[in-house]
Design a protein around this ligand. Structure first.
Ligand code: UDP
Length: 312
């Protein structure tokens, strides 16, 4: 019999890409989402498969369900979205995660937490290894997400220590690709939508800050490798593309891919915006035999093709 899998945040960017992969791999998948930022549009194709079900539910409320595997991917992830109602974001990460850990414990299920590079805050160590404890501004506007994800990691390891729960913690770095919300507010979706609409590119700050962008298919391969790994492998483990770009370089690459110059307008840098971010993926390479395959120009081409449908 195929494994019963529960995915929270199923209508979001990563959740919907993950559900697609799980159904293709023959799992019996139930997707849960409160539709706060996720969209049913992302699940339209999946809804035609009998192996896929959708349940609208907010994980801040407990959930009763039978499953073998649980992926906890629910949480708004774009800074403007998670900062709109920071208390709700913190509750999703703390109470929501607690509810999903209780559910996994009841089912004796394997559970994965979608943690984040944000646990490193504005990092003082570069690139970031999993052993680095981070530099988070605990009272700043990003803290609801950063500290929320940190407490979620703590809870995972407390459930491991107290109940020997089968846990997997991945720290996801900036990821992009199809099924991303065009109004998400993050840099890749903003820049592509602006370029396609012929609007100026909104560059926050000097554009010298860096990010390392991973194409979504690469990330999903890493997630599956981690979930299939031996129970002794708990993480936390970094999953991301280690090639670092300044935002100016991102604009240049996009301009080359689109074959046109992209005019810029400079806007203020948001508070606590991390200066540099680059994963050290030595551990993922060694333990999971995983590393990204898709370069930025190729990934941008696929993403542009997806976003074209939203431009009239
Ligand atoms: N950014 C930008 N223009 C935008 C959106 C974002 O210059 O329209 C910058 C943002 O200030 C940050 C980087 O792009 O330095 C990545 O931001 P994003 O919101 O995608 O994710 P983050 O990595 O900050 O969580």
């Amino acid at each position: 019999m195929s494994k019963k899998v529960l995915v929270t945040g199923a209508a979001g960017f990563l959740g919907s890409n993950l559900c697609k992969r799980l159904v293709a791999d023959g799992f019996d998948v139930t997707g849960v989402d409160n539709l706060y930022t996720g969209s049913l549009r992302n699940l339209e194709a999946l809804q035609t498969y009998p192996q896929f079900n959708f349940v609208q539910h907010d994980i801040i409320q407990p959930l009763n369900f039978t499953c073998d595997w649980l992926f906890n991917f629910a949480c708004p992830a774009s800074p403007p979205h998670y900062q709109k109602d920071p208390i709700f974001t913190a509750k999703t990460n703390f109470i929501g995660t607690l509810n999903m850990l209780e559910l996994a414990h009841k089912n004796n299920a394997r559970i994965m937490q979608a943690s984040t590079s944000e646990v490193y805050g504005n990092p003082l160590q570069h690139p970031q290894t999993e052993s680095y404890w981070g530099n988070v501004h605990t009272t700043g506007p990003r803290a609801c997400y950063d500290e929320g994800k940190r407490v979620a990691e703590s809870l995972f390891f407390d459930y491991k220590r107290m109940h020997n729960l089968d846990i997997k913690v991945i720290r996801i770095f900036n990821t992009y690709g199809p099924l991303m919300d065009p109004n998400d507010g993050r840099v890749i979706s903003n820049f592509i939508m602006q370029a396609l609409r012929g609007e100026p590119i909104t560059l926050y700050g000097t554009g010298e800050q860096t990010r390392s962008f991973c194409y979504v298919d690469d990330l999903i391969n890493g997630i599956m490798a981690m979930m299939h790994s031996d129970a002794s492998i708990t993480g936390p483990i970094n999953l991301g593309n280690p090639i670092e770009f300044t935002l100016k370089e991102l604009v240049e690459t996009l301009s080359t891919v689109l074959g046109k110059p992209l005019p810029l307008i400079t806007m203020p840098l948001p508070q606590d915006d991390p200066t540099r971010r680059q994963p050290d993926i030595t551990l993922a390479k060694q333990i999971l035999h995983w590393q990204p395959q898709v370069d930025l120009a190729t990934g941008l081409k696929h993403t542009i093709a997806y976003f074209r449908q939203f431009v009239s």
